[in-house]
Design a protein around this ligand. Structure first.
Ligand code: NAD
Ligand code: LMR
Length: 332
């Protein structure tokens, strides 16, 4: 029997990530090839005409799974009945800007959209915040939508996770699909800690630890980390626009794994509400290694954290604590 359609909200849908993301959702990349969807697309009035153009293209593409499209500048209409909310709306960082520069513009959007989601989305709606500063926007959304369960509010660090997989696959000249269990700890910013201590590569003679195969600690603790940390800035420098296709694809990966589950023996990175695991301060949205099952994520416990890693976990937590204070100061 055909499944009922799922309503998926994409905010900022007239923007460049939105333009890459909505066709992926309509094709089943996010929720699976047998899951019909109704897209709710929100943008602001100056982008209304462009948003309508995206709707026209969605109609023209005749996606079999797409059972309806709402294109609106009304946040209540956009949020009503949605089970998945991908929050991309906001102002992107431009060349030369620090992420903090976009903070004040974006956190106030997340404060106001929190109540619309809380009041009008489906109970148990899963929220993914993509817009920067992603972790702190998600935290503000959580704090101003107290009735949404905290486990339902997450931010995107899967792009950083995928970037780390890509770097390891290039370095070792192996298929990216044969690399797994990298970890992004902390903030989606240049303080994030891409960690390969527990990463594995599938080889003909079984699974091998990445540190053993790379066997160049200086690269793993130096250039590898900075390349992943700075990849967003490198894309902005090259394209004069921030990453869009990779962000959209990673957003689909994040929701797909959250809803449909992670493969056995595999963990992925998600920005989630910290509970004090790994001595990360509770009450931040912090990227952890997680597994997902039955629509719920769980932080992977018991991984060893050496002294080098500890410092990196603490540094990115300190930045998030600072961002949280800055966000509140922007809101008052
Ligand atoms: P963009 O400027 O092309 O699109 C953003 C869209 O949001 C625009 O259409 C704009 O009109 C809309 N918008 C602004 N205010 C809004 C509001 N209040 N409600 C609804 N829509 C609103 O930007 P983009 O390149 O698509 O990037 C979007 C965001 O995603 C940026 O903040 C960017 O920094 C961030 N980003 C995050 C990641 C990540 O991995 N977390 C990766 C890439 C980009
Ligand atoms: C990215 O990681 O590509 C984006 O978050 C862009 C940015 O502002 O760094």
């Amino acid at each position: 029997m055909a499944k009922d359609p799922v309503r998926v909200l994409v905010t900022g849908a007239a923007g460049q990530i939105g333009y890459a993301l909505v066709p992926m959702i309509a094709r089943g990349v996010m929720l699976g090839p047998d899951q019909p969807v109704i897209l709710h697309m929100l943008d602001i009035p100056p982008a209304a005409e462009a948003l309508n153009g995206v709707k026209m293209e969605l109609v023209d593409a005749a996606f079999p799974l797409l059972k309806g499209v709402i294109a609106t500048t009304d946040v209540v209409e956009a949020c009503t009945g949605v089970s998945i909310a991908v929050m991309v709306g906001g102002f992107p960082r431009k060349e030369g800007m620090e992420r903090k520069d976009v903070m004040s513009k974006n956190v106030s959007i997340y404060k106001s959209q929190a109540s619309a989601l809380e009041q009008h989305a489906a109970a148990n709606c899963k929220v993914l915040v993509v817009a920067n500063p992603a972790n702190t926007n998600a935290l503000i959304l959580k704090e101003y939508a107290p009735s949404i369960p905290e486990k339902n509010i997450t931010c995107l660090t899967r792009l950083d996770h995928n970037r780390a997989l890509g770097q390891i696959s290039e370095r070792l000249n192996v298929q990216v699909s044969d690399v797994k269990n990298v970890i992004i700890w902390g903030n989606h910013s240049s303080t994030q800690y891409p960690d390969v201590s527990h990463a594995i590569v599938k080889t003909e003679s079984g699974e091998k630890p990445v540190p053993e195969l790379v066997s160049d600690d200086a690269w793993l603790r130096g250039e590898f980390i900075t390349t992943v940390q700075q990849r967003g800035a490198a894309i902005i420098k090259a394209r004069k626009l921030s990453s869009a296709l990779s962000a959209a694809s990673s957003a689909c990966d994040h929701i797909r794994d959250w809803v449909l589950g992670t493969p056995e023996g595999t963990f992925v990175s998600m920005g989630v509400y910290s509970d004090g695991s790994y001595n990360v301060p509770a009450g931040l949205i912090y990227s952890f290694p997680v597994t997902c099952r039955d629509g719920q994520w769980t932080i992977v416990q018991g991984l060893s954290v050496d002294e080098f890693s500890r410092k990196k976990l603490d540094a990115t937590a300190a930045e998030l604590t600072e961002e949280k204070a800055l966000a509140y100061s922007c809101l008052t």
